[in-house]
Design a binder for this molecule. Structure first.
Ligand SMILES: Cc1cc2nc3c(=O)[nH]c(=O)nc-3n(C[C@H](O)[C@H](O)[C@H](O)COP(=O)(O)OP(=O)(O)OC[C@H]3O[C@@H](n4cnc5c(N)ncnc54)[C@H](O)[C@@H]3O)c2cc1C
Length: 422
């Protein structure tokens, strides 16, 4: 059987941004087979990213549908405006362009061909009983059959459930906004409108949850949002409804297999901008894959990608803020929103972009605990909530130990060291 299998250096499953960015890069050096369940260039997602990042990677302006400078977030009565050079990408055009690069480099594409099975053979992996390679890269996204078979890889589930559609407008200002609602710790939701092209906007209602949502009642929330925000009349042209993962995996490798993109849940927990994450990371991913192939060692333990600090910091920050928002009867978002006061807008931008460094996060947290208004708020917290916040915060770094945080907080709250450590 084994000798009849057609052999490639790499097999990639999934022709979304992760699979195609990797194919465009790795095909310069390796023979690749790319299997796609549907047609290449179709997606029910839409992608916002940053112009400087996109241009730095050498991509042309012709993929850009719209540009805007401000993203407005609203929570209760406060507002936050994050300024950056946002762009919306023409998804299909971009995917087909990447396909073309990989194709010219010799990549073999099979459309309407899902990855259905895989098995280990002598020092390689066979796929669909027809093909084999040293390395299978799983870029199938949320419904990855490999993750489905290896649920033990999931450390903690967190999904973004996005229900929305593209609306066609006659008059549309360049205003992009998101309104966040607190509905309990596991229930943060938001209504948003993003202008993605001169006469088109993506209107959405999204929630964060530990299970994939079935979108029951979401239509009602969309309708309510349209009313509250006085969204002008428009034609509903295409639905965009999908869950996507932002949970953490214990590891993203199995023998001869690596999971990347949404298969590996690489969308950042707070922003969910997984396309942007593929852009941020694909050259780095390619380098790793190159090193593994050069080393010729395909055991799980040899395929370890170092921890992505930016990603885990963001997640912790998000959790911390979520606790502050929801449990603590204070609107930290409001504080966040007044970002110039508490967090340097530059840092906030970096958080959104997933580019924040360890040092910057630590400075930011330390700064937060020194703010007069923040410390006033600390006084109002019950001990349990405060301990929760401190524990989360101290996970961020060795220098922010519980003792350090205790010293920052203690004069403002009658918490004892014993409470913290018990
Ligand atoms: C509505 C919505 C809006 C979004 N907006 C943004 C945004 O503004 N900015 C941003 O950065 N991110 C955004 N995201 C997130 C982003 O779209 C994803 O993180 C990104 O698409 C992940 O890319 P991927 O290639 O890993 O997976 P996917 O894009 O999900 O691609 C997976 C591919 O694998 C194929 N596939 C599935 N199963 C199989 C199989 N068994 N065999 C072979 N092929 C298979 C699928 O058909 C698909 O082509 C949004 C997501 C959604 C749902």
């Amino acid at each position: 059987m084994t000798q009849n299998l057609i052999s490639y250096d790499i097999i990639i499953a999934g022709a979304g941004p992760a699979g195609l960015l990797l194919a465009s890069e790795l095909s310069e050096k390796y023979s690749i087979l790319l299997l796609e369940k549907n047609k290449i260039g179709t997606t029910n997602k839409s992608w916002l990213t940053y112009k400087d990042r996109f241009k730095r990677l050498g991509f042309s302006d012709s993929f850009i549908l719209n540009e805007f400078k401000q993203w407005n977030f609203k929570i209760q009565n406060s507002e936050l405006c994050i300024e950056d050079n946002y762009i919306c990408i023409d998804e299909s055009k971009f995917l087909l362009y990447l396909k073309d690069i990989a194709f010219k480099n010799g990549t073999v594409f099979l459309e309407d061909t899902p990855l259905t099975s895989y098995a280990y053979t002598a020092n390689s992996i066979s796929v669909n009983n027809k093909y084999k390679s040293k390395l299978l890269i799983d870029c199938c996204g949320i419904n990855s059959p490999i993750l489905e078979k290896n649920k033990h890889l999931i450390k903690e589930s967190l999904y973004i459930n996005c229900y929305g559609y593209i609306g066609e407008f006659e008059n549309l200002d360049n205003n992009n906004y998101y309104t966040m609602y607190d509905e309990g710790l596991d229930k943060i939701s938001c209504f948003g409108l993003t202008k993605i092209a001169p006469s088109e906007a993506f209107i959405l209602f999204l929630t964060y949850s530990t299970e994939k949502s079935n979108f029951k009642d979401y239509e009602e929330r969309i309708q309510a949002g349209l009313k509250i925000h006085n969204v002008p009349p428009h034609k509903r042209v295409r639905d965009k409804i999908a869950n996507y993962p932002t949970h953490e995996l214990k590891c993203i490798t199995l023998d001869h297999i690596v999971l990347l993109g949404d298969s590996a849940s690489s969308s950042p927990a707070f922003s969910g901008m997984g396309f942007n994450e593929c852009l941020r990371r694909y050259k780095y991913w390619s380098n790793f894959i190159d090193t593994w192939l050069e080393n010729g060692k395909y055991k799980k333990r040899n395929l370890k990608i170092p921890k992505d600090y930016a990603r885990s910091f963001n997640k912790l920050l998000f959790e911390m803020f979520a606790i502050l928002v929801i449990h603590a009867n204070i609107n930290i978002m409001e504080h966040l929103m007044n970002a110039t006061k508490y967090i340097n807008p530059k840092h906030l931008r970096l958080i959104m972009r997933n580019e924040v460094s360890e040092k910057e996060v630590i400075d930011m947290i330390k700064g937060l605990f020194k703010e007069h208004a923040f410390l006033e708020f600390i006084k109002t917290l019950d001990t349990v909530t405060l301990i929760k916040i401190l524990r989360l915060t101290s996970k961020l770094s060795k220098s922010l130990t519980l003792k350090t945080l205790y010293n920052l907080v203690h004069p403002h709250h009658k918490i004892s060291l014993h409470d913290i450590y018990k």
